[in-house]
Design a protein around this ligand. Structure first.
Ligand code: FAD
Length: 462
């Protein structure tokens, strides 16, 4: 029907950002989306709705626990779950509508429907076949379950069902202590549910700096979440409106079960490439179903590229966005590039947890000499004033050169604070560079500076 320089398939953070950048660089661009609204998993059923519920329930927590002490006398709020879901839906609509506006502004055509790729250079949507010099697959991911678990999105739910529950459960079992399970688990714990988290490994948030993970588990336990670690889930059965999870403790193979109103299956996500016709095209996949790409996001089939959750690397919106921009630049003849060594990870609980770069464990495994600068938020005046003094900043720097290798923050606004360190790392900064930079007082960011000082002659307020 129409002819384009590039068609992006999927309008998540990878596809929509790539499409906008490609149009800004002068290419004729379309983006195909099968969902009724733009924005992908992230805006519709991921990052944005979960953050709306995290925010609302954090406000509830503040009112219940901290208002009275600050002289704010009010009756504890009651929860109107239906209204909270409306607030969440309005937040989604504002954001997805915003992408539609940006598409119009940048002259990106939104082709509505599900795409297949009949051959390189062609994209079929319904009965229409569009020509494209380049096709970028940005079709994202879907929740991955475990054998023996049937998801009905009512009693046994993925994150998508958890964001739409008809009522707040009294009891919830979360399978998987990763980011999504803990964020949503903490939402329902604050809403009054008894939340039990079952995790296969012996620690929560696999891959996170172990010291931070231990502190994080303590904080969540204080907030009422209960953890069963080292437990292999065998299956989930539903009876009489409740679900029973059976699991074996790995240490002694003993069998146990837990019954709850809702079971949230948060055992990770897998690439979603169904219906594209990749097998017929001969596009190579990894063993985990990810599309194999080279450093320029090109697949083994000329003219077909892939980005975001469909390829390797952390399944994060901002990683997908960066890849979208980079592939657009490459297709426009520029030198798009993503620095995978500086991709922050954030858990948006309260307190937040954020990390970038190396962990102590990865540095030890690589045999690298490093030093640690740590500073607790208890020494930060702003954090104390705001009842947010739980946690610490930890910076890892090269022992010889002082170059920053990684950072880990558990504490207030950790997800924002981490970016000062990301910028420093992009510029190859030493801890001393951060330590010598004047930071406004009183701000949480002073804790980052103090941790940098602790890499050298010592923090002032610890
Ligand atoms: C509950 C939850 C919370 C999350 N929170 C965060 C967070 O706070 N921060 C963060 O960084 N990441 C978060 N993520 C992960 C984040 O959502 C993903 O990493 C990100 O959305 C990936 O972007 P993407 O562009 O690769 O794909 P997606 O966002 O998955 O978008 C792909 C789009 O492609 C469309 N599509 C698929 N196949 C076709 C086809 N054949 N034709 C047309 N359209 C098609 C889909 O409908 C979808 O809209 C969260 C995920 C979940 C589930």
């Amino acid at each position: 029907m129409s002819s384009y320089d590039v068609i992006f398939i999927g309008s998540g953070p990878g596809g929509y950002v790539g499409a906008i950048r490609a149009a800004q660089l002068g290419l004729k661009v379309a983006c195909v989306e099968g969902r009724a609204t733009l924005g992908g998993t992230c805006l519709n059923v991921g990052c944005i709705p979960s953050k709306a519920l995290l925010h609302a329930t954090h406000m509830l927590h503040e009112a219940e626990h901290n208002f009275a002490g600050m002289g704010l006398k009010a009756k504890a709020p009651t929860v109107d779950w239906k209204q909270m879901l409306t607030y969440k839906d309005e937040t989604i609509a504002q954001n997805t509508g915003g992408i539609e506006f940006l598409f119009k502004k940048n002259k990106v055509d939104w082709i509505k429907g599900w795409a297949t790729i009949p051959e390189a250079g062609k994209v079929k949507v319904g009965d229409d076949v569009h020509d494209a010099k380049h096709v970028v697959i940005a079709t994202g991911s879907q929740a991955a379950s475990l054998p023996g678990i049937e998801v009905d999105e009512k009693i046994v739910v993925t994150s998508t069902g958890a964001l739409e529950l008809g009522k707040i459960p009294k009891t919830m079992v979360v399978i998987g202590a990763g980011v999504i399970g803990l964020e949503l688990g903490s939402v329902f714990a604050r809403l009054g549910a008894e939340v039990n988290v079952i995790e296969y490994l012996d620690a929560i948030t696999p891959g996170m700096d172990a010291e931070v993970a231990r502190q994080f588990q303590k904080v969540l336990t204080k907030q009422g979440l209960k953890f069963t670690l080292g437990a292999a889930v065998q299956g989930v059965s539903v009876k009489g409106g409740k679900a029973t999870v059976t699991f074996k403790l790995r240490k002694d193979d003993s069998e146990h079960e837990m019954t709850a109103d809702t079971v949230l299956v948060a055992t990770g996500r897998k690439p979603y490439t169904d219906g594209l016709g990749l097998a017929d095209l001969g596009v190579e996949l990894t063993e985990r179903g990810q599309i194999k790409t080279n450093g320029s996001f090109a697949t083994n089939v000329a003219g077909i590229y892939a980005i975001g959750d469909t390829i390797t690397g952390p399944m994060l919106a901002h990683k997908a966005e960066d890849e979208g921009m980079a592939v657009a630049e490459i297709l426009a003849g520029q030198h798009g590039h993503v620095n995978y060594g500086v991709i922050p990870g954030v858990i948006y609980t309260h307190p937040e947890v954020a990390n970038v770069g190396e962990t102590e464990e990865s540095l030890k495994a690589a045999g690298r000499a490093y030093k640690v600068g740590k500073f607790p938020f208890m020494g930060n005046a702003r954090a104390k004033a705001n009842h947010a003094a739980e946690g610490f900043v930890k910076i890892l720097a090269d022992k010889e050169t002082d170059r920053i290798l990684g950072a880990h923050i558990i504490g207030p606004m950790a997800g924002d604070l981490i970016h000062e360190i990301c910028v420093a790392m992009e510029f190859g900064a030493a801890a001393e560079d951060l330590a010598r930079t004047c930071h406004a007082h009183p701000t949480y960011s002073e804790a980052v500076r103090e941790a940098a000082l602790a890499c050298g002659d010592g923090a002032i307020h610890a």
